[in-house]
Structures are given as structure tokens and as C-alpha cells.
Design a protein around this ligand. Structure first.
Ligand code: ZN
Length: 473
């Protein structure tokens, strides 16, 4: 696998040219890229060859002709999915089990895993052209304000990434890959990576020990923990900028972080992406997320997979990645709820903008009732971290990390009372909530879920039993 700077520049120049041409040029480019991808996957992916057998010729294909695809189905046929025959699922999994090989390519491709927030982790395969795309487009879409911001913050001090260290996640793996492929490009990248899934005291200690932390890249759930540690006076750092990803950043958390860190001159950047497509969108200096529509299609749809009008929250989104022709993601159900803006963005970008409203996968289901995890107040002055774990359909347990000298019994009593009240207010009378001695846990990718859902609690246990050797890494 090798990185070609001329090809990356090609994406950059092409990206600029497309953006300057407005909607017409964007749509023409998108349609051309789509038809080219469809032609390729029909020829080289046995799975898509079968899936598209009865469709019109590729040069007449419209997006809506193509069937929706889903992770479990694609993963079940992984060996037929790719447009290359040299990488089997068995080979990819063996690579992913070796923690020493994070960011190390296999032959001509890089392999990552998703965090499995919504069930089974997927294996993501990236060709070098995708890495070139990611670079070229990222630079093409930076507006003047953003370029200035990045330059200024870099001068202020160190950038630190806090992410999962127990697997091949793109969070730190992508940086390592770039460093391996093209060290000169990675120079501006920090390689100060701190593992999210470690005792909170050690996390705080390690951050406090980094001189001049200017910029922190992490998950919103870890950011919530940092805000709490800063409020309590234990965390001393004074960053100017946060950037987040991998989970939904709520307005409440944004405000709380702003209050906790008065040094946060540049706020929180929250570009939207996923392991399936790292450069899905870009954030402009007006704080809106714009889709890279020349290379990515993001369809907001209802439960019947029909498009919803702009301004309406979708039931899910379908992702099409035009820049990855080795592992086709075409009308791939991502499970996120988004809302496209009705008005053009004041930044003047012709690329459509949207907001992310959350993930279906994080909703709590008890009997017929569906609740947002945000309805639970899992905060207590005597606890550093509280986690509510669904252990069966109507049973939950609370895990806590208490502050020093706190009396566990009283804190548990308070929180169990408040959680039970939420269930009652939502018409759920016989839900059991009990105290647990177990400590709150991170997901394998280093996210901290305040509410762990039933299917994830199971997945978490099985993932741990699958990978005992990682514990010593
Ligand atoms: Zn904008």
C-alpha cells in the first residue's frame, strides 16, 4: 500500500473545482462517480454482481434503483463483498487480533474495525485511494476561517487524542497508517494518544502531565468525564479547542464544557464521520456540517426507506461512499437520525448541511416503551462516574465510581430513586434497579456509555471473552 501525493492533490484540485461550480457541478460529479462505482462493483464484487443482476445498465443507474444494504448481511458475506479477492474475513480478523499491527496495512489495503456501538463490529477495508481522497478533500473543504483556526491552535501547544487503545479503531489507527505511508504528512499530526479506558485518576494525571495541552480530540462521552473532573478542580489543563466524534454531541454537553473550561476560546468542533467513511462531512466556520457530496451520498429516509423532506428528522440515513471501490458501501443503513437544513448556510458553501439528532442504536427499550438515555439524571455530587446497565428487559443495575470519602449506600439510594422515578413517569411500574459493586466500564473502543443497553451489555461481555489477550497489551 502506498500513498500517492499527486493523486491526493488530484482529489484536492477536483474537490475545489467541483465546489466552485455550485449544485450543478456537484450533482454531475456525484452521478458520474456513482455510475462508475456501480459498474466496478457489478464486475468485481460477487455479492454486488448478484445483488444488481436485474438492474438497468450502469450508465443509466439512478440512486433509487439500488437496494438498501445492511451491516449484518454484508458481514455475513464478507468474502464475496470486496472487489478484491485477496482478503478473506479470516485473514482480516487474524490481523485485527494482533494489537501490535494497528495501522499496519495488509498488502494493498488498511483494515479497521468499528466500535460495535450498534451490535457486531464491522471490518472496514480502506484502499490507498481512500486515504488520498481523505487528505485531498479535507484540505479542499477547509474554509479560510477553519484554516486560520487550525494554524492558531497548533501554535498554542500540543494536540492530544484520547481514544480506545484496545483495538484497531480508526481513532488512532488512521494517524498511525498515515505516519507509515507518508511520514511528512503526519508531521502536523500529534501522536500524543492517551487511552480512554483507564482509571479516571490515571487519565487525569496523564493529561495534567502533558505540557501546554491546546487541543483535545475525543468522544463526547469522554469529554463529559473531563468536564466533571475540571469542575471538581482535579483536571488542570486549559485547552483552547476540543474536537469530538464517534457519538452525538448534545447542546447540553456543549454548554457544560464551555462553562467548565473558560480557556476554550475556539469551542468544540464536531465533524460527523464514521469508520465506514472518515471524511463524510466537513464543519464550516458557521458550525454547520456539510456533506462532501461529490464523493459521499447521505440520504435522510423514513422507516420505509423513503426520503424525508429537508427540516424533518429522519429515521435513519443511507450512506454511499463513492471514494472506496474496494469495499462498497452503497445505500448502507447507518442507523443515525439526521435533519437536513432547509436554508443555505451563511458560509456560502453549495454542499448541503445537516444536523445529527442521535442514534437509534442508543435508545433504551423496556417493554413497549422507548426512552432516550438522556432522560436519566446520572449525575451525583458524590460520584465521579455513574453507569446504568440493562441486564434483562426489565432489570437494570447501577455502577458507580465514587469520590473519596463518599458513603456508597446513600449515593446509590439517591440515584436508584431518581432512575425509578423516570421509569414510573413513563408508565413503567415493574422495572428493577439495583446497586452493583462492579465499576463502570468503557466500550472496547474507549467510549463511555452512561446507559448500557441490553444488546450492548451482551455484546460487551462476549467481546471481552473473545479477546482475553488484549488485556495485557
Ligand atoms: Zn456552512
Amino acid at each position: 500500500m502506498r500513498f500517492s501525493l499527486p493523486r491526493a492533490l488530484g482529489y484536492l484540485v477536483g474537490g475545489l473545482w467541483t465546489g466552485q461550480g455550485g449544485r450543478k457541478r456537484i450533482e454531475a460529479r456525484q452521478s458520474r462517480n456513482l455510475r462508475r462505482l456501480v459498474e466496478k462493483v457489478r464486475r468485481d464484487s460477487p455479492l454486488f454482481h448478484r445483488l444488481y443482476a436485474d438492474l438497468p445498465p450502469s450508465d443509466k443507474i439512478e440512486l433509487r434503483d439500488l437496494p438498501v444494504t445492511r451491516k449484518p448481511d454484508l458481514m455475513a458475506e464478507f468474502d464475496d463483498w470486496l472487489t478484491i479477492r485477496s482478503l478473506s474475513l479470516k485473514k482480516a480478523r487474524a490481523h485485527l487480533r494482533d494489537i501490535g499491527k494497528v495501522g499496519v496495512p495488509i498488502d494493498d489495503v488498511a483494515v479497521f474495525q468499528t466500535s460495535g456501538t450498534s451490535g457486531e463490529p464491522a471490518v472496514i477495508v480502506l484502499p490507498s485511494t481512500f486515504v488520498e481522497y481523505a487528505f485531498g478533500i479535507m484540505i479542499a473543504r477547509f474554509d479560510r476561517g477553519m484554516r486560520k483556526l487550525v494554524r492558531t491552535v497548533r501554535k498554542l501547544g500540543t494536540r492530544v487524542t484520547i481514544t480506545g487503545g484496545r483495538g484497531h479503531f480508526a481513532g488512532n489507527g488512521f494517524n498511525r497508517l498515515v505516519q507509515r505511508l507518508y511520514p511528512a504528512l503526519a508531521k502536523g499530526f500529534d501522536l500524543t494518544v492517551i487511552e480512554a479506558e483507564q482509571p479516571i485518576d490515571r487519565l487525569v494525571e496523564r493529561l495534567n502531565a502533558v505540557p501546554n495541552v491546546a487541543w483535545i480530540v475525543t468522544y463526547p462521552s469522554v469529554l463529559a468525564i473531563l468536564a466533571k473532573e475540571k469542575e471538581a478542580g482535579r483536571l488542570k489543563i486549559e485547552p483552547a479547542l476540543f474536537s469530538t466524534g464517534g457519538e452525538t454531541l448534545t447542546d447540553d454537553l456543549r454548554e457544560r464544557v464551555g462553562r467548565a473550561f473558560p480557556s476554550l476560546k475556539y469551542g468544540i468542533l464536531d465533524p460527523y464521520g464514521c469508520t465506514e467513511c472518515l471524511m463524510l462531512s466537513f464543519e464550516c466556520s458557521h458550525g454547520r456540517k456539510h456533506v462532501n457530496e461529490d464523493w459521499v451520498i447521505l440520504e435522510a429516509v423514513d422507516e420505509a426507506m423513503q426520503p424525508v423532506p429537508d427540516g424533518t428528522v429522519s429515521s435513519t440515513v443511507l450512506l454511499t461512499v463513492l471514494a472506496n471501490d474496494v469495499q462498497p458501501f452503497i445505500r448502507y443503513d447507518l442507523g443515525d437520525c439526521v435533519r437536513y437544513s432547509e436554508d443555505p448556510c451563511p458560509c456560502g458553501s453549495p454542499f448541503r448541511s445537516f444536523e445529527v439528532e442521535g442514534r437509534q442504536a442508543t435508545l433504551v427499550r423496556v417493554g413497549e416503551v422507548t426512552l432516550s438515555p438522556l432522560v436519566f439524571d446520572l449525575e451525583h455530587e458524590d460520584a465521579r462516574r455513574i453507569q446504568l446497565v440493562q441486564t434483562s428487559e426489565r432489570e437494570f443495575e447501577l455502577r458507580m465510581l465514587l469520590v473519596e470519602d463518599a458513603v456508597a449506600g446513600r449515593v446509590f439510594e439517591d440515584v436508584i430513586g431518581s432512575v425509578s422515578r423516570v421509569f414510573r413517569e413513563n408508565g413503567l411500574e415493574n422495572v428493577a434497579v439495583r446497586a452493583s459493586d462492579a465499576p463502570p466500564e468503557f466500550t472496547a473502543s474507549g467510549k463511555f456509555h452512561q446507559v448500557v443497553l441490553l444488546q450492548n451489555a451482551k455484546a460487551h461481555r462476549s467481546a471481552q471473552s473473545d479477546t482475553p489477550h488484549l488485556a495485557s497489551a
